[in-house]
Design a binder for this molecule. Structure first.
Ligand code: ZN
Length: 244
């Protein structure tokens, strides 16, 4: 009887673990089907997740335009629908708009069909607003299920080399700035957040991020650090015939 109950619980838990945690671990350790770094890259690629946000994203776009830096924005489809003019501005200013699901939902909570829907629906919103198909995909929290890569195969999945804790206000400006300044300019991909409304983030965190980013960019530009444009993320991957 007891054994029966154990089996009753153990099998679904095992299957769920394979579908979520094991899939994520395997993909992130082996880098199969994803790119974490720009191969043979010189410089740093800036990527921003979770927007667009009506307050912070326009300020970020002003900052990037001032220094002529192009970035990849992994947008939440629903936010994109709410602020179409921000998406159109990103596109007009030469940034790349990537998919970060229609809602900020983890693939660990999605069936293969739902994962596909989250991606497809966001791609449609981006296409309708910009006239261009998105190129890049990044799942929220960098979590994969077994179906994530097969259903997103038409897009390039981009992860990161550096994540700096900018979504929490308890990461003080000094810490944030120190972490940014320590990033090597050898093809590193940095993830920052221009919206703080998603679970686990602080609403006002992007204000801190923007403040720190501005002085970081100022300093980096003076030092001659290059910022890698989105089309270079693609180029290096293709040249080498594999993804990293
Ligand atoms: Zn996110």
């Amino acid at each position: 009887m007891r054994k029966g109950i154990l089996t009753f619980f153990a099998i679904p838990i095992l299957i769920y673990s394979l579908y979520t945690y094991a899939a994520t671990l395997l993909i992130r350790i082996t880098s199969i089907g994803i790119r974490k770094k720009v191969c043979n890259g010189t410089g740093i690629a800036l990527t921003f997740d979770d927007g667009p946000n009506p307050i912070y994203t326009p300020r970020l776009l002003d900052l990037l335009a001032h220094y002529n830096i192009k970035a990849v924005f992994f947008v939440v489809g629903r936010h994109a629908e709410n602020y179409p003019e921000i998406i159109q501005r990103m596109h007009a200013e030469g940034h790349s708009i990537g998919i970060h699901h229609y809602e900020h939902v983890s693939t660990w909570r999605l069936t293969p069909q739902q994962t596909h829907q989250q991606i497809k629906r966001t791609a449609k919103v981006i296409k309708e607003l910009t006239g261009s198909e998105p190129t890049f995909y990044r799942p929220p929290w960098g979590r994969f299920n077994l179906a994530t890569l097969p259903v997103s195969r038409q897009f390039n999945t981009i992860m990161w080399t550096h994540i700096v804790g900018d979504w929490k206000i308890r990461t003080c400006d000094e810490q944030l700035s120190k972490r940014l300044r320590a990033i090597p300019a050898d093809g590193s991909i940095v993830v920052l957040h221009d919206d703080g409304s998603n679970p686990g983030a602080d609403d006002e965190a992007p204000a801190h991020m923007l403040r720190v980013l501005e002085s970081y960019i100022q300093e980096a530009t003076k030092k001659g650090t290059r910022f890698i444009a989105p089309d270079e993320l693609m180029k290096y991957g293709q040249e080498h015939g594999h993804v990293h």
